[in-house]
Design a protein around this ligand. Structure first.
Ligand code: ADP
Ligand code: MG
Ligand code: MG
Length: 476
């Protein structure tokens, strides 16, 4: 098919590949597909193109639309879980407490979480999938995880279609270039943020982006900020320490930071223990959590996105509890689950460990971490399991079937990396947005997609981890 043909033709001509790569980088820069450089993460004096594939990658149409269609149900599910104190407590208490490497991370989160339910809820999540090639010729959509906290690249992925359309044209594939889908996730996320802001109901109040210390991926966030400014909604970027220095609650629990009322806190930082550099940072999170401001995510929604919750959901009867009258919804969600296994103390957990030690190549061992590069495979998986199997520490992990997507050929454009054809694996993400006021869902949408592609020699790691690159699906 087309990408293969182009690759074959272009590979015959190394000069052509070099030219196309130059054109792709310049087109990315022209359209804002950019990141800051590691040497100066907090300045835009020197920037570079965001890592991207030279060509779009093939994705089967049916699986693609299946992922889009199930998204509104995942939104509903996350929202229901976030309000279910009992479920979260049961699923997570011991898991987070023994959540491994840092005992404090788990208990800090739990202590933040007192079941007080905010009246306006804003959810921006991204459900990620790989297409398992178990059935030859008919790959099945399997969820890798769902991110309910700081799911990124809605901004940049809104602009990558320009790059691949242009590259296909320059490569002589005009017809194919028209098949690259539009994707406006940034506007989709902004629409939901704007709705939450409007429901909060104060024209003067701002949307606060709670951002990282090192702001490499600022342009991705700027896309969403600018969509909000288009709607005349003011945004400000603040870090934890700004909030701890200048943040306060008034007697009505309205949040003020630096003298301005905050309607919405959009967290782009705070999902990893390392993001909290001091006790003051934790206090700042607590202040925001207790405030009237709409939190994206609130703590319940944060916890709903943990890998342990994903595993508990896969157990028989659990989805049914959340959708008691909707067997089709249960079926639609469940069909995207891969095998997930508990490591809790007890016979079931013992069985999981025995199975994983016997055939480590079939599984991925996941600690409760985000951001890529934390999972364990093969010999390392075995070693860690041997170490923790006798203690409660093992409950900080879940085990998951390893998914085997069909490899595709592509060229990964990364700064200072040599131009070569790589055997690649793709991961499809789907953005979901929702807003709830009290009991009423006022918005529940699928807000576009994200295709990320990495060389198959890496078992793990996202774009931020420097492994995967942005891509576009070419539907087959
Ligand atoms: P994170 O929250 O750190 O992104 P993920 O669960 O998404 O954690 O895992 C990180 C990466 O590891 C994924 O992007 C994917 O490349 C790989 N991975 C995770 N789970 C699986 C799996 N079950 N099968 C194959 N690869 C996986
Ligand atoms: Mg994640
Ligand atoms: Mg991930």
């Amino acid at each position: 098919f087309v990408v293969k043909r182009i690759l074959k033709d272009t590979m015959a001509n190394a000069m052509l590949v070099k030219d196309l790569a130059e054109v792709a980088k310049d087109t990315a820069l022209l359209h804002g597909v950019q990141i800051r450089v590691h040497e100066s993460p907090n300045s835009s004096e020197v920037v570079t193109y965001a890592p991207i594939t030279l060509f779009p990658s093939p994705v089967p149409k049916s699986a693609f639309y299946q992922a889009l269609a199930v998204q509104v149900h995942y939104n509903t599910l996350v929202d229901k879980i976030s309000q279910d104190a009992d479920f979260l407590q049961k699923a997570l208490a011991r898991y987070l407490r023994s959540s491994g490497l840092s005992l404090t991370w788990g208990s800090q989160l739990i202590s933040l979480w007192f079941p007080h339910f905010p009246s306006i809820v804003l959810g921006l999540n991204r459900s990620d999938y790989m297409l398992d090639q178990k059935n030859e010729g008919c790959p099945t959509l399997k969820q890798i995880e769902i991110n309910t906290f700081a799911a990124s690249f809605a901004g940049l992925t809104s602009h990558t279609p320009h790059v691949h359309r242009h590259i296909l044209k320059v490569a002589g594939c005009v017809e194919e270039s028209q098949r690259i889908l539009d994707n406006n996730s940034a506007a989709g996320l902004a629409e939901a943020i704007a709705k939450a802001w409007e429901l909060y109901g104060s024209k003067r109040a701002i949307v606060m982006f709670l951002v990282e210390e090192n702001q490499i991926n600022i342009f991705d966030q700027r896309c969403i900020e600018n969509e909000l400014w288009k709607r005349n909604i003011s945004t400000k970027r603040k870090r934890f320490r700004d909030v701890s220095k200048t943040g306060s609650l008034d007697p009505d629990r309205k949040l003020f930071v630096d003298g301005q009322e905050v309607a919405v806190v959009y967290f782009r930082n705070g999902y990893m223990p390392q993001n909290y550099q001091s006790e003051q940072d934790w206090q700042a999170r607590l202040l925001m959590e207790r405030s009237l401001a709409v939190k994206c995510p609130d703590i319940g929604t944060h916890l709903a996105g943990t890998k342990k919750v994903q595993q508990v959901l896969s157990q028989p009867g659990v989805l049914e509890k959340f959708f008691p009258e909707q067997p089709q919804v249960v079926e639609q969600i469940r069909s995207t689950f891969a095998g997930l296994y508990t490591l809790d103390m007890g016979p079931e957990g013992d069985k999981t460990i025995e199975m994983a030690l016997r055939t480590p190549g079939l599984f991925v061992l996941k600690p409760q971490r985000e951001g890529g590069g934390n999972n364990l495979y093969g010999a390392e998986l075995q070693q860690v399991l041997q170490e923790v199997k006798g203690s409660e520490e093992r409950m900080a992990y879940i085990l998951m079937d390893k998914i085997h997507p069909t490899p595709v050929q592509n060229i990964l454009l990364k700064r200072d990396a040599p131009l070569k054809i790589s055997t690649c694996l793709c991961e499809l993400g789907v953005f979901g947005t929702y807003v709830r006021k009290g009991r009423e869902m006022v918005l529940n949408k699928c807000a576009g997609h994200l295709l990320r592609t990495k060389s198959s020699e890496h078992a793990d790691g996202g774009v931020a981890a420097g492994v995967a690159v942005l891509d576009n699906p070419l539907l087959l």
